[in-house]
Design a binder for this molecule. Structure first.
Ligand SMILES: Nc1ncnc2c1ncn2[C@@H]1O[C@H](COP(=O)(O)OP(=O)(O)OP(=O)(O)O)[C@@H](O)[C@H]1O
Length: 275
């Protein structure tokens, strides 16, 4: 067989300097969001937003409906471009110059609220597909895994607590288990930063507890940002909490700091306890 340097279609058009580049976190910060502004038809969804996420930390992002949480996630992952500001992955990678695929490949994984797994495939196969990247579904399923890849899937199954369900069709999993599987699928790409949107919505109490353990265990090796409305859950996992309000950071600190902050009580927690 002749040696070829054929690139996959996704890689073919990439700016060469982005491929294989790692975020420079020597200052301990993995994500820099600075002076970010974004308006939709004159409405300021993000307003001079500044946010720094440290390497290995688990940060919770809270705020009332419409505070800008999803818009911020969209900006970080390249789905939406801000009007101005800076968004860097480490000190060296300018996320605003990259598209969604490049950002994912650079090491930022996003988990949406609704799980999107392949229901007819087994749990193992779902992770296998994510591991094999951009080969396409059929090529991936007939591709022979290396022992290292198999070990890596087994490790992920252990992390997400689905070892016993590995050969179940994903469609048979409970809602909580599907959420964990999707986290496992993201882990296959070995992200350095995971963005997780409302992970415990619709979960049972036991599933919520297990999710708290899972997200806590993922931090350290990677950074995790969790957007969540369930305050009991936030309290159970968060060291640092950021409160967004009208597209800006209103407060940042421990859960105790946040819950005793009069501004936060006025604009957010007061409203939560009224429900
Ligand atoms: N594509 C868009 N066009 C117009 N307005 C938008 C668009 N996307 C978001 N917005 C507005 O920007 C504001 C922030 O929305 P965003 O979804 O980021 O809030 P959120 O904090 O995620 O709220 P929730 O907790 O309800 O998900 C809202 O007022 C929303 O209506």
């Amino acid at each position: 067989m002749t040696a070829q340097t054929t690139k996959s279609p996704q890689l073919a058009n990439k700016t060469p300097q982005l491929v294989g580049k790692h975020p420079d976190t020597r200052h301990g910060v993995i994500l820099y969001v600075e002076d970010v502004n974004l308006s939709f038809d004159g409405f300021k969804a993000l307003n001079n937003l500044n946010l720094y996420i440290n390497k290995g930390e688990l940060r919770c992002l809270i705020g009332a409906n419409g505070a800008g949480k999803t818009t911020l996630m969209d900006v970080i992952t390249g789905k939406t471009r801000p009007d101005s500001g800076k968004v860097n992955f480490g000190q060296n990678i300018d996320l605003l110059s990259m598209d969604e695929c490049e950002i994912a490949r650079a090491g930022i994984g996003r988990k949406f609220q609704k799980p999107t797994v392949f229901e007819a495939l087994s749990v193992f196969e779902n992770i296998e597909l994510s591991l094999s990247g951009d080969k396409g579904i059929w090529a991936s399923l007939f591709y022979r895994l290396s022992p290292e890849q198999k070990d890596s899937i087994d490790n992920i199954l252990r992390t997400i607590g689905l070892v016993n369900e590995a050969y179940y069709p994903a469609g048979r999993l409970s809602h909580g288990q599907k959420q964990w599987l999707e986290i496992g699928m993201l882990l296959a790409a070995d992200p350095k930063l995971l963005l997780v949107d409302e992970p415990v919505a619709g979960m049972t109490g036991q599933e919520t507890e297990r999710t708290a353990e899972l997200l806590t265990s993922l931090a350290g090796e990677r950074s995790v940002v969790v957007v969540e409305h369930d305050m009991a859950f936030v309290r159970s996992i968060a060291r640092q909490v950021t409160v967004l309000h009208q597209g800006s950071v209103l407060a940042e600190g421990t859960m105790n700091d946040i819950q005793s902050n009069p501004e936060v009580i006025r604009v957010y927690l007061g409203e939560e306890t009224d429900h």
